[in-house]
Every structure is written in structure tokens, then in C-alpha cells.
Design a protein around this ligand. Structure first.
Ligand code: APR
Ligand code: ZN
Length: 367
């Protein structure tokens, strides 16, 4: 079938809106009518050349839609099901899958991280040319073929434009709090970076019952969103030294948990430096390839500070995504506050320009 997609062809160049051909789903795959897709900083990392990737490539990995047809052997979804797309296909058989750590299954490295399907090929073409499918979701297109474990069934009364955010920002952010760090009630929490991911970390901390949620950003309008979502304090790190601002707020040397949700080495070091003794810093943001950080190992052992990472919020998509959708539908998750605007796919490059300037929250494409 012919589809309309935003195609990445060259680093630093605008995406081009093209008509591509999408093949039928093969065994273990699902054809989805993509209704909406959020724009995430991970897409921008690829456009900027910070992460290498095959080209041409359809970006987008925060989508939601409706199942149209399913390939042979697919049992977990049927035509007509509403789904949130997950960019973490998993095998269901390995040690990680069997122990509930699907986000560490190695299948993702051979498929989504290579922008191909389970058999190592792609369903997208432009004339004779193969076109790759970013994170095996390629949601900057009105139709997508995805692996079965990437199509997560959700309730049908949820608005797909809003809950598309569950597929990346919400899973990554709330999951980091609830699944990776398991933040206990009454904790003090620092969140560095208040884009879609950081704001979702804040929502997670509020839901977890953090006593203080301190939001850090350099963009005042995203700090305002952080307040709306439930941050108790905001710090603009352009004007304030964050680490020295914390003791008067928390009444001790720092915070119990610090989440980095930008993907910069200096803010990861800041998050670690912000910990009180016994605290844990969680790297949620993803850094450009080849960067390293410096941590003082004496402080790590002497003050028992932990540095850890979270990928996709340690989520088990079929278990967690319907819960995130329920939280939204029950008024417990303010997704609307994450959304700056909705656009047509033809306006996608202006949304990336705004993200690169750092002056936007989530933009949602409506297909
Ligand atoms: N100090 C403080 N805040 C900063 C800084 C900085 N040096 N640089 C950027 N920010 C803020 C921006 O103002 C913005 O509010 O970080 C936020 C980043 O938001 P987005 O660009 O919307 O990124 P998001 O999609 O939330 O992703 C964040 O998580 O999954 C990863 O790859 C993703 O690394 C990215 C990170
Ligand atoms: Zn993302």
C-alpha cells in the first residue's frame, strides 16, 4: 500500500514528506493505522547525527493507532484493537523476558536498534530503495508494520492523540520512577530536564508520593509546566547553582533520588552531585555516542551514592501501558499538560526546529 511518511535522508537536513510503499505484515507482525505520534528528542538525536542510523529512515517511535491486519501466528492483538506502539520488541523466551525485564531482551538490539523487523529486513520501500523503520515503529507515517510485541493493546475509549505519549515519554519517565528506582513515599526527588520525558518523571514522582519534587530546566515555560504537573520547587539552572540550592530546600545534603532526563554529561554529573548520602541518581536521558562522565568513586563508596540507568522505564509494556492509560483516563496523569500543540505531518520540521532551540514541550502529529 502507499503511505505518507516523513523521511530522514541526511544528517542535519529537513525531513522530506514522501509517498512510500508499505508491504503486508509478515509472520509475527502487525499492520497499524497510525493515528498520532509524539515527537521525541531521540528522533532529533538521529537528525543531528548524534546517533548513527541507516538511511533513508522513517523516524517516530511514540505512536498510537488501530490494528488493521495481523500476520501469521499473531495472537495478542486483532484487527480493530487500539494500540500504543512500543519501541522495545522482545522475544518472550530469554532469561530477561522470563524474569520480567523485557526491556533488556537482546532482540531489540537486532531489530529496533537496527531499524529493521524481526527477520532483519524492512517493509518500507521508495521505488527500488529500501527505507528503514526507526525503532521498528516508524510512527511519522500514517501506516506502520511493527513486530507483534510492539503493538500493545489498550482500552478503546482513550484518545489516541494523548495516549501516544505512553509509548515513549510516559513509559520512560514514569517507569524510571515506579519500576527502575521504585521511589518510596516521602522521598525527595530532583528531576533535571523538563521535556516530555522529564515531565513524565515528575508525574511519576507525584504518583509515588514524593514529599518534594524539585524540577530543573533552563526554559521557564517548561518549568511552569513542571509546576502544573506537581513539582514543589523549580530551579532555572541558568541562574542558580542547583547543587548548592538543594540543602535549604531538603534540609539535608541533597536529594534521595535525582533523575537526569536530558542526555548531557554535565547534567548527569550534576544529578549525581545533587544526592544526599545514600541517594540514587538515575540516568534516563540518552547521551550522544562516545561521551563519558566523571564520577568521584570515593564519594560513591564513602557516602553510598548509587548511579544507575533506566531504559524505557524498565517497562513490561503489556503490563504497564494499560495502567498508564488508566491513570490518564482516571485523571491521575496530566498528559494534556505535556502537549504544546498538535500539527499535520507537513509541519514536522518546524517542530524539530523548536525542539532544537529547547523551547517546546511535546508536539503531536495527527495523521
Ligand atoms: N540544563 C537544564 N535543562 C536543559 C539543558 C541544560 N543544560 N539542556 C536542555 N535542557 C532542557 C530543555 O529546555 C528541555 O526542557 O531539557 C529538556 C529536554 O526536553 P526534550 O528536548 O523535549 O527531550 P525529551 O524528549 O524529553 O527527551 C529527553 O530522554 O529519551 C531521552 O533521547 C531522549 O536524551 C533525550 C531525553
Ligand atoms: Zn522517545
Amino acid at each position: 500500500m502507499d503511505i505518507t511518511a516523513a523521511v530522514f535522508r541526511e544528517v542535519g537536513q529537513p525531513l522530506t514528506i514522501e509517498t512510500l510503499t508499505l508491504a503486508e505484515p509478515k509472520a509475527g507482525e502487525v499492520l497499524v493505522k497510525v493515528m498520532a505520534s509524539g515527537i521525541c528528542h531521540s528522533d532529533l538525536h538521529v537528525i543531528n547525527g548524534e546517533w548513527s542510523s541507516p538511511t533513508p529512515l522513517v523516524l517516530g517511535h511514540e505512536g498510537a493507532g488501530i490494528v488493521e491486519t495481523v500476520g501469521a501466528g499473531v495472537t495478542s492483538v486483532s484487527p480493530g484493537d487500539h494500540v500504543v506502539l512500543s519501541w522495545m520488541p522482545y522475544c518472550r523466551r530469554c532469561e530477561y523476558c522470563l524474569s520480567g525485564r523485557q526491556n533488556l531482551c537482546e532482540l531489540v538490539e537486532r531489530t529496533a536498534y537496527q531499524s529493521v523487523m524481526l527477520d532483519g529486513t524492512t517493509r518500507l520501500t521508495s521505488g527500488d530503495e529500501d527505507v528503514y523503520s526507526y525503532l521498528a515503529t516508524a510512527s511519522f507515517a500514517n501506516w506502520a508494520v511493527v513486530p507483534e510485541t510492539a503493538a500493545i493493546r489498550i482500552r478503546k475509549d482513550a484518545p489516541l492523540d494523548k495516549v501516544s505519549l505512553v509509548g515513549c515519554a510516559v513509559a520512560t519517565g514514569i517507569g524510571a520512577v515506579a519500576n527502575t528506582a521504585r521511589v518510596p513515599m516521602g522521598s525527595t526527588v530532583l528531576v533535571v530536564g523538563c521535556g516530555g520525558v522529564g515531565l513524565s518523571v515528575i508525574s511519576g514522582a507525584v504518583i509515588a508520593g514524593a514529599s518534594q519534587v524539585i524540577a530543573v530546566d533552563i526554559n521557564e515555560s517548561n518549568l511552569d509546566r513542571a509546576k502544573q504537573i506537581g513539582a514543589t520547587h523549580t530551579l532555572n539552572s541558568r541562574n542558580v547553582d542547583v547543587v548548592s540550592a538543594l540543602p535549604p530546600i531538603t534540609g539535608k545534603a541533597g536529594v534521595d533520588y535525582a533523575f537526569e532526563a536530558i542526555g548531557l554529561t554535565e547534567t548527569i554529573e550534576m544529578a549525581y552531585g545533587a544526592l544526599a548520602p545514600g541517594g540514587t541518581a538515575i540516568v534516563v536521558g540518552q547521551v550522544a555516542e562516545g561521551k563519558t562522565i566523571t564520577i568521584d568513586p570515593f564519594v560513591m563508596s564513602d557516602r553510598e551514592k548509587t548511579l544507575t540507568g533506566s531504559n524505557y522505564g524498565s517497562c513490561r509494556p503489556p503490563l504497564d501501558f494499560p495502567k498508564f492509560v488508566d491513570l490518564y483516563m482516571n485523571g491521575r496523569l496530566p498528559l494534556d499538560s505535556l502537549i504544546e500543540r498538535t500539527i499535520d505531518i507537513s509541519e514536522i520540521n518546524t517542530a524539530f526546529d523548536a525542539m532544537a532551540r529547547g523551547d517546546t514541550a511535546r508536539t503531536i502529529i495527527i495523521h
